[in-house]
Design a protein around this ligand. Structure first.
Ligand SMILES: [Zn+2]
Length: 432
């Protein structure tokens, strides 16, 4: 390490992150230990593997049934260790696993998960989960505040609004499937059967939560392409009647008609976001999970988005996860469209080396105000610590290389670091 490198590393360490994307469940749920198959499948150290190391374990050969037991509530700590050990060695170098190793090191004082360290890690997990531990861990990670896309509610009225800003999730409104109807019904007590009633529900959410939200979030890219065409309301209204009449069984709509209905609903939500002054965060690129991703569709994400960026020039879009593995196209989008910003959330652990290259190329191609460099993308708070270590290391490496190669002067670095780690997000998002 040169003196320059050391100086840059120090600046990056000292600068707080504004964390622009997490899925944190409420701290009270973690403290209660109330198990829930989706939100808290077990309450021991194995829970920290659920996002995202679990996927790497299966890809490395772990049978699904073993993973279910590993993440379930029934096995002892030792039995869980015996299940995971053969695969841990295979995945330990991936970004997902490195984030967890940093977490073990920084929060638990343990260098690795081994048969010998296991009892202490199990105990440290339990000791850590106590009132106020979200704030404690985020402070240790030098994170100023998180933006949370709740997995519990469309908009979470959090117990800790100063620490956890909230997104309004529009995925249910625009995807319009059976689970989406159920969720809207559970939260509002209403059962919309017409397009008008569905739009009333959307209006209700924007009116009630819009003023407190930090952004709207949509992850519809998990189920469809991102080309949203204009659709007349009268047409959408007819489609909705046919669709809602059969919801719960197979949809009455062919895939083309369902796409048209979703196009209308998504664009309606984007309009509402514009009215409320809320940026629109979109999942782009790689899909979490295993065995399901259709790369051909994801490859078109950047190209598909051009229409949206043109049709809503006054709405600010945040394109998440750098569109990995098509991140170069996202640099082109952000360079060309004034209303496109890129969020590096999740990217550092998907592929740390690609993320370093991305940041270097972005800074030499795109105005520096249009990037946010950190979001852990976790439901658990602990691994955010480890992910932030990796992101800081990557940001320092990218800046050091740009300085060493003569592209950026050392003296320019502190301002740039403050901008990409915190300042951009502070200026860009409302209610921050
Ligand atoms: Zn996410």
């Amino acid at each position: 390490m040169t003196n320059f490198d050391r100086q840059i590393t120090q600046w990056v360490e000292q600068t707080p992150f504004m964390d622009t994307h997490e899925h944190l469940i409420e701290e009270s749920l973690r403290l209660s230990g109330a198990l829930d198959a989706r939100l808290l499948p077990c309450d021991d150290w194995a829970y920290l593997f659920a996002s995202y190391v679990a996927h790497d374990l299966v890809v490395a050969g772990m049978p699904d049934a073993e993973l279910r037991n590993f993440l379930g509530p029934d096995l002892s700590s030792e039995a869980k260790y015996r299940l995971v050990a053969p695969y841990w060695d295979r995945v330990r170098h991936t970004g997902y696993a490195q984030a967890l190793r940093h977490t073990f090191r920084g929060l638990y004082g343990e260098n690795d998960l081994t048969a010998e360290s296991l009892p202490r890690i199990a105990e440290k997990y339990r000791e850590t989960v106590r009132p106020g531990f979200y704030a404690t861990i985020l402070r240790r990670a030098n994170i100023e505040r998180c933006q949370v896309n709740s997995v519990q509610r469309i908009f979470m009225e959090t117990e800790q609004p100063e620490l956890l800003a909230q997104d309004l999730d529009i995925t249910n409104f625009s995807r319009c499937g059976a689970v989406d109807f159920t969720r809207v019904e559970n939260e509002t007590g209403k059962q919309p059967t017409t397009l008008e009633a569905w739009l009333d529900a959307i209006d209700f959410y924007f009116a009630t939560y819009g003023p407190r939200a930090v952004a709207v979030k949509c992850w519809i890219a998990y189920s469809r392409s991102l080309d949203f065409s204009p659709v007349a309301e009268a047409h959408a209204s007819q489609l909705f009647l046919r669709h809602a009449g059969k919801i719960g069984s197979t949809s009455a709509l062919c895939s083309e008609d369902l796409k048209a209905l979703q196009d209308f609903l998504f664009r309606y939500c984007v309009d509402k976001a514009g009215e409320c002054g809320l940026p629109v965060k979109l999942h782009t690129g790689y899909l979490s999970g295993r065995g399901v991703m259709q790369l051909a569709r994801i490859r078109d994400n950047a190209a598909d988005l051009c229409r949206l960026l043109q049709d809503f020039p006054d709405t600010r879009f945040v394109l998440m996860h750098i569109g990995y593995p098509y991140e170069k196209e996202f640099i082109a989008l952000a360079k060309h469209y004034p209303n496109a910003a890129i969020d590096m959330c999740w990217a550092w652990i998907l592929n740390p080396a690609a993320s370093v290259r991305f940041l270097k190329e972005f800074l030499l191609a795109v105005p520096a105000n249009n990037i946010f460099t950190f979001g852990g993308d976790y439901a658990a708070v602990e691994p955010i610590y480890g992910h932030a270590c990796i992101a800081r290391r990557g940001i320092a490496q990218a800046l050091s290389e740009l300085v060493a190669e003569g592209w950026i002067a050392l003296e320019e670095s502190p301002e740039l670091i403050e901008r990409v780690m915190r300042g951009n997000a502070r200026r860009f998002f409302p209610n921050v």
